[in-house]
Ligand binder design. Structure first.
Ligand code: CUA
Length: 321
């Protein structure tokens, strides 16, 4: 056998480029092993009995067939039950981890459109169909669409999430090796869906920093958002008079609880900030009236992500990099 032959290097799985990818593969191997063990066992017994007890086999002893074996019945109920609940628990543990980004994750905004991916770094750099990230730092993607539903798929990280117009969805991953890994759109979105591809470039932190500095020429994303905030007239109402003005103050809102007129309390995440800009009267802050106009259709997704980054920057220095 010649190990140079490409058949021996045929990839059954995409490469693993995150810790989560390794964990997902372990679970997949375990499920395949379980299915194979039960599948092979059942088929082997089936074939053995079918041949041995076939019509006309005089050698088969058909006397004294057992009518009930309690220990066997208990075993075939409890063992598969334990295995099924065990794999459920394992998968649920991984799923919860995949839905819970670490606090220190770098947030990159993503806008999908027919047919490209746009990435917005907090430092201000923008990219199309290419996403630079530093090695070893968790990266959280906060994503929306400009037109139809897309789905961002990073096979090497084993993560995929629908990207939906009018709302933010998110995913996160922590790259564990440098290199270039494919990005796909995994939701049919029109003629050139199959060409809606890109790549993640995982680099050593110093290289990433150098790239980021060279690419962030227009100020940080939050600074761009601050300019939109003034140009669109938001500052006239939200900043004047602080807490005593007609509109709720925005400092310190992001990341905390917001009490609503309805009595509900919501967490101010990116999704809440976006909703407040596009559908301001859906969730009115307690103590205020429904007086803000909707900016849906007035601003593009570019402005929207910059505005959200600006509102986040009012809350903390977290995204200051
Ligand atoms: Cu975008 Cu398919």
């Amino acid at each position: 056998m010649n190990s140079q032959n490409p058949i021996w290097h045929f990839p059954l799985w995409p490469e693993q480029a995150s810790a989560y990818a390794y964990q997902v593969d372990q679970l997949t191997y375990a499920l395949i092993a379980l299915a194979a063990a039960f599948g092979i066992g059942v088929v082997a017994l089936l074939a053995t009995f079918a041949i041995h007890y076939r019509t006309g086999n005089k050698g088969a002893n058909r006397d004294g067939a057992p009518s009930g074996l309690i220990w066997l019945e208990v075993a075939w109920i409890t063992i598969p039950l334990a295995l099924a609940l065990g794999t459920f628990g394992w998968a649920a543990y991984l799923y919860v981890g995949a839905q819970t980004p670490p606090r220190d994750a770098l947030t990159v905004f993503v806008v999908g459109r027919q047919w490209m991916w746009k990435f917005y770094h907090p430092a201000g750099a923008r990219e199309i169909d290419e996403l630079h990230v530093p090695l070893g730092k968790p990266v959280r993607l906060v994503m929306t669409s400009q037109d139809v539903i897309h789905s961002l798929f990073l096979p090497a990280m084993r993560v995929k999430q629908d990207v939906v117009p009018g709302r933010f969805t998110s995913l996160w991953f922590a790259p564990t090796r440098t290199g270039t890994f494919p990005i796909y759109c995994a939701e049919y979105c029109g003629t050139e869906h199959s060409r809606m591809r890109g790549r993640v470039v995982v680099e050593e932190p110093f290289r990433y920093e150098a790239w980021l500095r060279a690419s962030s020429t227009d100020g940080t994303l939050a600074a761009q958002g601050a300019r939109h905030f003034r140009r669109l007239g938001c500052s006239g109402c939200h900043m004047a008079g602080g807490g005593n003005g007609p509109c709720p103050p925005l400092e310190g809102v992001y990341g905390g609880p917001v009490p609503l007129v309805s009595g509900e309390v919501v967490m101010a995440d990116e999704r809440y900030l976006m909703d407040s800009i596009l559908r301001p009267n859906a969730q009115i802050v307690a103590g205020y009236g429904p007086m803000m106009p909707s900016f849906a259709g007035q601003i593009g997704e570019d402005e929207l992500v910059a505005l959200v980054a600006y509102l986040k920057s009012l809350a903390s220095a977290e995204e200051g990099e």
